[in-house]
Design a protein around this ligand. Structure first.
Ligand SMILES: Cc1cc2nc3c(=O)[nH]c(=O)nc-3n(C[C@H](O)[C@H](O)[C@H](O)COP(=O)(O)O)c2cc1C
Length: 238
């Protein structure tokens, strides 16, 4: 049986809040799929500056900014499946998450483009989760944005639950809870919690299918499908 890593990326600037609760739920469900190893990574508390557009990554194969980004990039490269979680901030994702995505996508494109290659294909399975304080507060825009980012990074995106009360991986709450911005309001949203669980399960199942498929196909599979690991990670690929 193949093993594979599923990373839950929590893009809220608040530690252990609603996005964390949803992603943790998703990872718990992912862990029930045979072969899955899970890890949760919170951006909260990390120093990840915004991309300055210097394009040095294309030349150097690494980012010139010195902060916590390289740790995130390592985790991203190692993961086979990724659950992206971000709260709605003004109908979009928080700046912290945007900074992380801008740098990750550009860094990886530059890294592979340096060797005349496209990003590896079909290597990472992704699911997306979001939460807003409003029932309909822009969750669909966040899901679209993250899905598009996943596609742009040549990943395979799976959906969450699409039954009547659920929408892919969206959560929110209607009415006024005692504390509108409490860190655990999302537990009131049964459909949202179930959607997150489904995202976790589907990401793990699809990652498993790809991991087992890669093992069976072995040498018959183009290396274009596989991320490079190893000490050369930040050097331009030859
Ligand atoms: C700057 C800011 C902007 C927000 N904008 C929206 C919004 O447009 N729609 C919405 O439904 N909720 C919005 N919210 C509420 C958050 O999405 C909500 O509190 C969510 O639970 C935060 O995630 P967290 O608990 O994981 O930190 C906003 C919150 C902040 C701080």
């Amino acid at each position: 049986m193949e093993t594979y890593k599923i990373m839950g990326l929590v893009g809220s600037p608040r530690k252990q809040a609603n996005t964390y609760i949803l992603v943790k739920k998703a990872l718990e469900e992912a862990a029930t799929v045979p072969g899955a190893q899970t890890e949760l990574y919170e951006l909260a508390g990390k120093q990840i500056g915004h991309c300055i557009g210097c394009n040095k990554c294309a030349e150097l194969g690494r980012c010139v900014l010195k902060d916590d980004f390289s740790e995130l990039l390592d985790k991203y490269i190692e993961a086979d499946g990724i659950i992206w979680g971000a709260p709605v901030y003004h109908m979009s994702i928080p700046g912290l998450m945007k900074s992380a995505i801008d740098r990750m996508a550009n860094m990886l494109s530059a890294y592979y483009m340096n060797s005349g290659k496209d990003l590896p294909r079909y290597s990472k399975v992704c699911g997306v989760i979001t939460v807003g304080a409003h029932r309909n507060g822009g969750q669909d825009l966040v899901l679209s944005y993250m899905t598009d980012s996943c596609l742009m990074m040549n990943n395979v995106v799976v959906s969450g639950m699409t039954l009547a009360g659920a929408y892919i991986g969206a959560a929110g709450w209607s009415g006024q809870p005692p504390d509108f911005l409490a860190k655990d309001n999302v537990v009131q949203d049964d459909w949202g919690m179930m959607s997150a669980q489904t995202v976790g399960k589907r990401v793990a199942e699809m990652t498993r299918i790809i991991a087992e498929g890669k093992a069976v196909l072995g040498e018959g599979l183009s290396s274009d499908y596989i991320y490079k690991h190893g000490p050369e990670k930040y050097a331009p690929l030859k």
